[in-house]
Design a binder for this molecule. Structure first.
Ligand code: NAD
Length: 479
């Protein structure tokens, strides 16, 4: 059965005024499972106008009223978790039991955390040279945000904008890619149920055209973007003067020092390569192993890879599902061909697995002897691959790790606290995780990168959705 989906536009469920439909084909089954309406230019204008009108009123709600609304949204989501998780697996491909359920079970936290944070969001009292003046700052909402989001975490990434955006008094229009918009549209029913003012939230699935229109729209005040660095560059060039939060690509190194627990390092590096089939911005994209432990690491990683179960993502024992789309699978093919041409050796996997309903099921792959100039080492692969690069010593390992323009999240395995801090001081990365996977993540973790992978969000997110307003009072002239 093909599900006919609607846009969530200005608080209404509608197929919009255009006749373009995206045929959503599941990467799991290869079947056409839903038709997604694509909003027309007039629909986008309508959503922006509705957002502006709703935000004009909503911006005056107190922080406590907004927090209460967010708690109601969180409560409304809870009974929907299994169904949203099911749809997410069907459209995105991640394993239902091993990943999707946990992922969606956290969805309420984005609203609860933001509701708690906003109650404690304070301005400053600033000393003045003029003794008659008093100076304060207030956090004011930016206005209407467009959140342009990727397909790898189709629900939780939009919530990184919706939670703090609504908490601080903004309206948010989300543009997910049409091929992973269904689960988010399902979650949007919670906005209705919780009594979110009509127009404050819209969900407008679409491709780059819809994104471009929102980015350059005069009625949009802020752009939240999570996606590739290439697209991020284009958006920065096109958006003009708008507030923005840009979260982009990663090329996360895991460094294994010669005093590491090799079993744990191998297991967690392999996890960082296969979790969500490697389609994670902080996936383990490269493993840099210090020479003396290279062979032991390879042996342990090969053993850990044998435990991974590629298969039907709805089956309870499956730990890795298909890739989401052909572009990602083709990139994996290209990176592996390039690495072998340059002399690297494939130890495990190495291509598409046969015998599944689609061609997107990809074997977990381990590649040893990856030269530093191979695409596997220099670019984000975004698939289930563990490229191993040998380093002479700690200094060499850091030099290799830092040869990236995408320093989002790194991991280091070592049993020495001194070494852990040394690595943290030297690796250029937004987050350095010691003795766990690069995929370590908590919903309230400050997340952002060094070396060109983002433009903000270092401290946490709530303030970034606000403009600071300074209020100056002259006490001399007041009665
Ligand atoms: P993408 O850049 O292709 O697309 C992201 C979004 O931008 C989509 O909604 C797309 O339709 C839209 N878009 C494309 N061109 C546009 C344009 N010119 N103007 C406006 N919008 C446009 O990225 P993707 O393939 O969907 O996602 C994978 C990427 O996202 C990876 O690089 C990954 O590392 C990154 N990512 C980063 C984080 C993070 O927090 N840093 C989290 C998840 C994913």
């Amino acid at each position: 059965m093909v599900e006919e989906l609607s846009l969530f536009l200005g608080g209404e469920w509608t197929t919009g005024s255009g006749d373009e439909r995206y045929a959503l084909v599941s990467p799991v089954t290869g079947q056409h499972v839903a038709d997604v309406p694509i909003p027309s230019a007039a629909d986008i204008d309508r959503a922006v106008a509705a957002a502006r009108a709703a935000q004009d009123e909503y911006r005056h709600w107190s922080a406590f009223e907004r927090a209460a609304l967010l708690h109601r949204i969180a409560e409304a989501i809870e009974p929907m978790v299994p169904e949203i998780a099911r749809i997410q697996t069907l459209e995105q491909g991640k394993p239902y039991h091993a990943e999707s359920l946990d992922d969606i079970a956290e969805a309420n936290e984005y609203f609860i955390n933001a509701a708690e944070d906003v109650k404690r969001l304070r301005g400053d009292v600033i000393p003045t040279t003029d003794r008659n003046k008093r100076m304060f700052t207030f956090h004011r909402p930016v206005g209407v945000w467009a959140a342009i989001t990727p397909w790898n975490f189709p629900v939780t990434i939009p919530l990184e904008y919706l939670g703090p955006g609504l908490a601080t008094g903004n309206a948010v229009i989300v543009k997910p890619p049409p091929f992973t918009a269904w689960a988010l549209l399902e979650l949007a029913k919670a906005f209705d149920e919780a009594g979110v003012p009509k127009g404050l939230v819209s969900i407008l699935p679409g491709g780059p055209d819809v994104g471009r229109r929102l980015v350059s729209h005069e009625g949009i005040d802020g752009i939240g973007f999570t996606g590739s660095s290439e697209t991020g560059r284009r958006i920065i060039a096109a958006m003009g003067i708008k507030r923005s939060i840009m979260e982009m690509s990663g090329n996360g190194p895991t460094i294994v020092a010669d005093d590491a627990d090799i079993g744990a390092a191998a297991r967690l590096a392999v996890y960082g390569a296969y979790y969500n089939a490697g389609q994670v911005c902080c996936a383990t994209e490269r493993v840099i192993v210090v020479d003396p432990v290279h062979d032991a690491f390879v042996e342990a990683a090969t053993a850990a890879a044998a435990e991974v179960r590629l298969g039907d993502p709805f089956a309870p024992d499956t730990t890795m599902g298909p890739l989401n789309n052909e572009a990602t699978a083709a990139k994996m093919d290209r990176h592996l061909a390039d690495a072998t041409e340059r002399g690297a050796e494939i130890l495990v996997g190495g291509g598409r697995a046969g015998g599944f309903p689609t061609d997107l099921y990809y074997d977990l792959t381990i590649v040893d002897g990856v030269p530093e100039d191979a695409a596997l080492a220099t670019e984000e692969s975004f698939g289930p691959v563990l490229p191993i690069i040998a380093a002479r010593d700690d200094t060499d390992a850091v030099a290799i790790a830092n040869r990236t323009h995408l320093g989002l999240q790194a991991a280091v395995f070592t049993s020495s606290l001194r070494r852990a801090f040394w690595y943290a001081d030297h690796v250029r990365s937004g987050t350095v995780v010691i003795n766990d996977s690069t995929d370590f993540w908590e919903t309230f973790q400050p997340f952002g990168g060094a070396a060109g992978t983002d433009t903000g969000w270092g401290r946490g997110s709530i303030e970034e959705f606000t403009d600071l307003q300074t209020l100056v009072i002259d006490t001399e002239n007041v009665r």
